[in-house]
Design a protein around this ligand. Structure first.
Ligand SMILES: Cc1cc2nc3c(=O)[nH]c(=O)nc-3n(C[C@H](O)[C@H](O)[C@H](O)COP(=O)(O)OP(=O)(O)OC[C@H]3O[C@@H](n4cnc5c(N)ncnc54)[C@H](O)[C@@H]3O)c2cc1C
Length: 294
């Protein structure tokens, strides 16, 4: 069965390794101090896509879509190294400052373009959430904008058969298996299988694969771009996707972050408790009374 899968993947600052230089004096993220990485749950999503492809490599195509500055082309290369077939970087100065609404709008316009010009999109896979924004809104918003079914908290795509996807979800208190008709948007949990490592042969093949905006023009390997078309990655602007500038970037973002504060918790007092029931009960009561837990 022919299947086209789009994986939504975001390049994020590695917020798991935040040090003292992580924020600038102005309260913005100091991106230079935080390595840019493939959003962890997007790697789980990519692995689900590649497992579907493993079952029928000739007929299943996996493409990566990432919205970001030119350096986010690295996300597409990381996808290609693991087994993806192609990728598109959505980049445009006017897409900067996008909140989830504007992000999902640009992503959905790109998916529409892929659907029309490259091949019918059957499955869109993304992470549950990105570790810098943590909203978990983009996947569901993409589904809503495209009018597609959506399955969230997915842990494993169990099978694709007769135009339907059977998916195991990881939900509070257990697991649930659902069947959804294609096309479907699936957002994947971090509890899903980890991504496979990069394949050495594919790294050799794609290490010079770049989007046009990533190139300086004087690279010693520039000639390769003439003879090896697979080294030129897809790159689309807002206009290329037929999207409305007013719905992209800051212009299309109702969310305004007015200030970001770094809060350092300080221990001003301490208590020593024994493991007795009375002490534990007393602590829980105190925390409840002070509305620290509830
Ligand atoms: C401090 C701070 C506070 C913020 N608060 C808000 C807020 O309250 N409301 C708001 O709307 N925005 C907010 N934002 C902006 C938000 O981070 C961006 O909208 C972000 O680009 C998308 O949201 P997310 O990272 O939360 O994505 P999520 O919804 O967590 O991402 C889910 C999945 O969608 C896909 N995806 C998301 N972004 C991309 C991308 N660029 N390219 C490809 N795939 C992608 C990935 O598969 C990802 O795993 C805030 C940003 C900061 C720095």
């Amino acid at each position: 069965m022919k299947l086209n899968i789009v994986v939504l993947a975001k390049q994020v600052p590695d917020t798991r390794n935040v040090g003292k230089d992580a924020m600038t004096a102005e309260g913005t993220v100091n991106r230079a101090a935080l390595p840019a990485i493939f959003n962890p749950e997007d790697l789980n999503a990519l692995e689900q896509a590649l497992r579907i492809k493993d079952l029928d490599p000739e007929n299943v195509k996996v493409g990566i879509v990432t919205m970001g500055p030119p350096r986010a082309g690295e996300i597409i290369r990381q996808g290609l190294y693991r087994g993806a077939d192609c990728g598109w970087l959505l980049t445009d100065r006017k897409s900067a400052g996008a909140d989830t609404l504007a992000t999902s709008y640009f992503l959905s316009k790109a998916i529409e373009k892929i659907d029309k010009e490259v091949g019918h999109v059957d499955i869109v896979l993304g992470g549950r959430q990105a570790i810098d924004g943590d909203t978990a809104q983009v996947g569901p918003q993409v589904a809503q904008k495209l009018g597609l079914n959506q399955v969230t908290y997915a842990e494993e795509v169990l099978k694709i058969e007769d135009g339907k996807a059977t998916i195991r979800r990881h939900i509070d208190g257990g697991v649930e298996t659902v069947v959804a008709p294609l096309p479907v948007v699936i957002t994947v949990n971090g509890s899903a299988a980890p991504a496979r490592p990069c394949n050495a042969k594919r790294v050799m093949k794609y290490k010079y694969a770049t989007c046009p905006m990533e190139r300086k023009g004087d690279e010693p390997w520039s000639d390769l771009y003439e003879t090896r078309p697979y080294l030129t990655l897809g790159q689309w602007s807002i206009a290329d996707c037929g999207a409305d500038y007013e719905q992209c970037g800051l212009a299309g973002s109702p969310t305004k972050v007015s200030a970001v504060k770094s809060i350092v918790f300080q221990a001003k007092e301490s208590q020593t408790l024994t493991s007795s029931d009375a002490d534990i009960e007393g602590l829980v009561k105190e925390l409840l009374d002070k509305n620290i837990i509830g």
